[in-house]
Design a protein. Structure first.
Length: 64
């Protein structure tokens, strides 16, 4: 499942995000969503979230 729709994102789900500094390489970081930072219902580059470990990034994939 992709992370471009805010309705698919809930605190507590496991996701793969790309951090701002990793956008060029596409390196993904796994974590659990703590806060949803994007207010719009969709975003073409992924919904921005804060993970429980404090990392901020855009969701590339939701792990079910």
């Amino acid at each position: 499942m992709n992370g471009q729709n805010r309705k698919n994102v809930k605190p507590g789900i496991k996701v793969l995000v790309v951090k701002k500094e990793d956008q060029r390489t596409g390196k993904l970081t796994e974590g659990i969503v703590k806060d949803i930072l994007t207010n719009s219902p969709t975003h073409p580059h992924g919904i921005k979230v804060r993970l429980e470990n404090g990392i901020v990034g855009r969701i590339q994939e939701i792990i079910l």
